[in-house]
Design a protein around this ligand. Sequence first.
Ligand SMILES: [Zn+2]
Length: 228
Amino acid sequence: MKIIFLGSPGAGKGTYSTRIARLLDVPHVSTGELFREAIKKDSDFGNQVNEYVRKGRLVPDDITIITLKKRIDEPDCQNGFILDGYPRTIPQAQALDEVVKIDVVLNLKIHEIILIRKLSARRICDKCGEIYNIIDIEETLDGMDYNMPAMHPKTPGICDKCGGTLIQRKDDRVEVIETRLKQYHQQSEPLVRYYQSRGLVEDVYVNLGIDRTISRIMKKLKPQTVIK
Ligand SMILES: [Zn+2]
């Protein structure tokens, strides 16, 4: 099955797409990772990509879609793959349509007020990158029950895994979150509508913590997986 993950920043696209890929036994394809690999290889192509990344510019769409096409033409992607972080715009979605037929678009949803509280309570280890969350969320909003347990370290402020210091990333501060959300609305909502008009979108509320959300996603995917 060929799957795209959409959803607001902080809804957990990276976490869910990685875990679902493992469960379905298909590759997790991220354009960010593809570019990082290309740069490591020190080819002409890698150097070209590196130029953009070094200058802090986005890699142009035509280069991105060629890179992606090469990856999804590989044998391990023939039974399916999960795309994480692409497409982000309508032109990218149209380019992707030319290259491959997507089966389902999972749209992760969460109330913004919850998202902001959850993200601003996120702490990350400055050494190993392990993620923690220091608030429990348990409440009902518009009939949606949120039950998202905190992920505390054993000792406050210290990473369980490596003893590193837990910090708040700049990206997770309220002002930055609000800017990211605004960008998301401008860019991604048209994208959701684009795929809705093709009947591909499955909304998934992320309100129950990781494990229960994973089983909810699998339930949505399973029937289609069996048919394939
Ligand atoms: Zn750590």
